[in-house]
Design a binder for this molecule. Sequence first.
Ligand code: ZN
Length: 351
Amino acid sequence: MPCDRVVHLIEDTRFRDHRSPVGHPERPERLDALSRAAETFGGQIERLPPQTIDSEALLRVHERALLETIEDACAHGVSRLDADTFLSPASIEVAKLAAGSVRDLALRVARGELQTGLAAVRPPGHHAEAGRAMGFCLFNNVAIAARALQSEAGLDKILILDWDVHHGNGTQRSFYDDPSILYFSTHQFPHYPGTGAFDEVGTGRGHGATVNVPLPPGCGDDEFVALLGRVLVPVTEHFKPDMILVSCGFDAHRDDPLADMLLTGRGYSAMTQLVRALADEVCEGRLIFALEGGYAPSGIEDGTRAVLQALLDPETRVPLIPTPPPGSNAGSVLKQVATVHGEQYPGIGAA
Ligand SMILES: [Zn+2]
């Protein structure tokens, strides 16, 4: 069958100019692993140039003081903002390029110019809060893109799916009282940064528009697919977003040195198929992926290949959703999510 699907990829050598201290896991070479995976698809992947971002788009999410702090720090050779968030002289420009590229990809998909794509950017973004860079993140790329979709493309409701192994505290905080942007996260718990418990559900009008699925160590393909199938699907069908943004970390891969999950390419492929089918069902396929974490070259390469393969497949199919065995980790997590969110999203837990 001829395949007319095209996946767009934003990758650029400039994302390597954000230099890390020796031995730091968030290093430029991460992008080499991603490129190796993309190269295997030849001409099926179309490259897009990165784009920088203007202050107006950045300041929809961040405080001006954060922008100025990072600008000043880069200009004066400051190399660290906290114990693990580093800077090099070019970091401010690279961080603007990361945020601008995710925003550009999102807007172009929203406007129907492109089908879907992956923004292979550094630094990652989901830990960055309005006024604070942290956890290797300077600006919150996905949060900025979500606000841009509302302000610049006229979309109303956005769903952010964050399957990075760490909880995206910055994204959650950005929209905690906002019913128009639903933040859904699977993450190891307890783990860095400490947030993301079941009962963090949003506040005020945003109550229920934050859905946390905290996982014990050792969850693998079946647990992740079971939980997305039985929680993300009913939540998304109820919320009916206009677009889905995936905070796509690869650090829940079994090879990753910073966490204890067991995902493989099989799991990333099934999760991508599932979210692609959901996007086709509820928002005319409007879906993009933005790189977050992932620190094992083999895990990034395996995960990227799985995501791209699933996006390029001409057929959309929902993977088989495994039944969590009684007493399994996934079963008890599912029960707790249903207890917290079942009233608002009655389909949680159903096959
Ligand atoms: Zn992470």
